[in-house]
Design a protein. Structure first.
Lengths: 311, 270
């Protein structure tokens, strides 16, 4: 209903400014390793200027077809991504992997409906449950970029395993903590790690579905891998595992700070402007993302500090 | 929903038209101010005053539970604090009388859409000192079902209280937090009548009321209230008594710790 209303409003707006250029993400694949490409997104939050292009989706060109990793925030993104892949290789799309249920990972799925779309069972269930609400919120946040976008749940459940496409051996690593089901893909052939939602690089981690203790364990799992290039879900791609340490540092500080303050009797509203150490100053979206994390994490932490009172 | 629209319509219709000149200026520039001023403040004087601090996020992440804190401790003789979210279907969030407490209150509230959120503190001279901010929100918080209804045993825990008093700081102020299990239904969901806590009083061991709260529909499910008490007797026991709009009782005994705080401040702000 809201979407229909919004769409009508946007149509009116479009009619009023019909001379404006059509929206385009202007996607350009960047090669980061043999056969391996990434569409590098911005490190901002979703805005009407960036159209939701804040993720680092990628693809691997194999002799068995193209393996796509994440499909972006909108139908338009998925379609443009597919066209951009075509500029690199004429090979068909073999399969799509989706790392978690957040909107920028899967809302381009409509453009890949003709191929298998794979995800962890928890991600598929999450998209089936929350996909409509997640999509509506994206219409509110980025507007016309979303036109024609509907949530499409992944069609194939995958588990921890190693799969082979051409000469590439891909290890599917089921994790949890950023959401309740986070899929990382490690290419044993090139040692490229598509870390999915659990690793952020110079970008403040997001926590709407987070379980910090499980998340830290997931980082331990990734730390053990021999990585040549790490593709974080958001932020700078690095030739090392520095982003894992940076994500761990942030989560440890965040969780510890909230727990200490709650134990001292601080209120949630007072935490919004709490000081953040200088070492995190280089993380983009620092204060806004911290404030979102207060909203996500504080109530449960606070509840543990309050004993039951006798009637 | 239709009932709410109707109620709002009636409310607008019966509000006496006031001459624009008799309405104090709204520092927040809210479209609702001319309607809300007589409804909330009658004809009392209202002045913008940044000695009243209102903490709330610019962007509301969870429209069911937006944190808000009102700190009027820079004013002397505050008799009452009122919190208002202008564009909520029920604009008045709560009223608070800090009888023997510091004029500080924090809680979490539902937000139906982007709105001005304001708080005003009434001093002994009858003047309301007001401040606030605009918050942006996806909204829907007032019309969403409580999360607790997903659990089959929610009614078994209705009215349960968790509470804690922290040792007084150097100035003799002691934090107290109350968390009460309650669905806090606004009545805007079809078939679910309004059901919320509407009275809470905290009493000292000698029977003196120290703080009185009148929450309304917008206060979040399983509400948490943070207050600042004026020198509660260490080792004594405070009594919380209250009720919801169905006449359900709320009662708790809350021990005041004996030891004093090691450092002068509690939490993030003094």
């Amino acid at each position: 209903m809201i979407r229909t209303l919004l769409a009508s409003l946007l149509l009116l707006l479009a009619a009023a400014t019909s001379h404006a250029a059509p929206l385009s993400y202007d996607l350009k694949p960047t090669q980061i390793a043999p056969d391996t490409y990434v569409f590098v997104g911005s490190t901002e939050h979703f805005t009407r200027a960036n159209g939701g292009n804040i993720l680092n989706p990628g693809f691997i060109v194999t002799d068995d077809g193209v393996v796509v990793i994440q499909t972006g925030p909108s139908r338009r993104f998925g379609e443009e991504m597919r066209a951009a892949i075509r500029t690199v290789t004429p090979k068909p799309i073999r399969i799509v992997y989706i790392s978690n249920l957040h909107p920028d990972y899967f809302l381009g799925n409509q453009a890949f409906k003709d191929v298998p779309i794979a995800a962890l069972p928890g991600t598929i269930a999450g998209i089936e449950r929350e996909g409509a609400a997640i999509t509506e919120n994206m219409y509110r946040l980025v507007g016309d970029w979303m036109r024609g976008t509907d949530p499409v749940a992944p069609t194939q459940a995958v588990h921890g395993s190693t799969v082979v496409y051409g000469s590439h051996r891909l290890r599917l690593i089921p994790l949890e903590g950023h959401t309740h089901a986070d899929l990382a893909l490690y290419d044993e052939t090139t040692k490229v790690l598509f870390a999915g939602g659990v690793v952020f690089s110079d970008r403040t981690p997001t926590t709407p579905h987070a379980d910090v203790a499980k998340w830290l364990k997931a980082l331990d799992t990734l730390e053990a891998l021999d990585v040549s290039v790490l593709v974080p879900n958001h932020g700078r791609i690095r030739p090392d595992k520095g982003a894992i340490a940076q994500t761990r540092d942030w989560l440890t500080w965040l969780d510890g700070t909230l727990r200490t303050a709650a134990a001292q009797g601080a209120d949630m509203a007072e935490m919004l402007e709490a000081p953040i150490p200088d070492r995190f100053a280089s993380l983009s979206m620092l204060r806004p993302e911290y404030q979102r994390s207060v909203a996500h994490l504080w109530p449960a932490i606070e509840q543990e500090t309050l004993p039951r009172a006798a009637p | 929903m239709r009932a709410a629209v109707l109620a709002c319509g009636l409310w607008l219709a019966v509000t006496p038209a006031l001459a624009a000149s008799s309405i104090p200026e709204d520092p927040l520039g809210s479209v609702m101010w001319e309607t809300l001023y007589p409804e909330v403040f009658g004809t009392a004087p209202v002045v913008a005053d940044d000695r009243v601090k209102v903490l709330a996020p610019a962007d509301v992440e969870n429209a069911r539970a937006m944190p808000v804190a009102v700190d009027a401790t820079a004013l002397d003789g505050v008799q009452e604090i009122v919190i208002v979210a202008d564009l909520n279907p029920f604009p008045v969030v709560l009223r608070y009388e800090p009888l023997k407490a510091r004029p500080f209150i924090a809680t979490r509230i539902k937000i139906q859409q982007a709105t001005a959120v304001r708080a005003a503190a009434r001093t002994r001279d009858g003047v309301w000192h007001m401040n606030g901010r605009l918050v942006d929100a996806a909204g829907g918080g007032c019309a969403a079902p409580p999360a607790s209804y997903a659990a089959s045993d929610w009614a078994d825990h209705l009215g349960e209280v968790q509470a804690r008093v922290w040792p007084a700081d150097a100035a003799g102020t002691a934090r107290v937090k109350l968390r009460i299990r309650h669905p806090q239904d606004t009545g805007l969901m079809a078939g679910v009548p309004a059901f919320f806590i509407d009275a809470l009083t905290l009493t000292a061991a000698d029977g003196t009321p120290v703080a009185r709260l009148s929450p309304l529909e917008p206060v979040s499910e399983d509400p948490v209230f943070t207050l600042a008490l004026d020198a509660p007797v260490p080792g004594s026991v405070l009594t919380l008594k209250g009720r919801d709009n169905n006449g359900g009782d709320i009662a708790a005994s809350i021990p005041v710790p004996v030891k004093t705080a090691a450092t002068g401040t509690v939490g993030v702000t003094p």
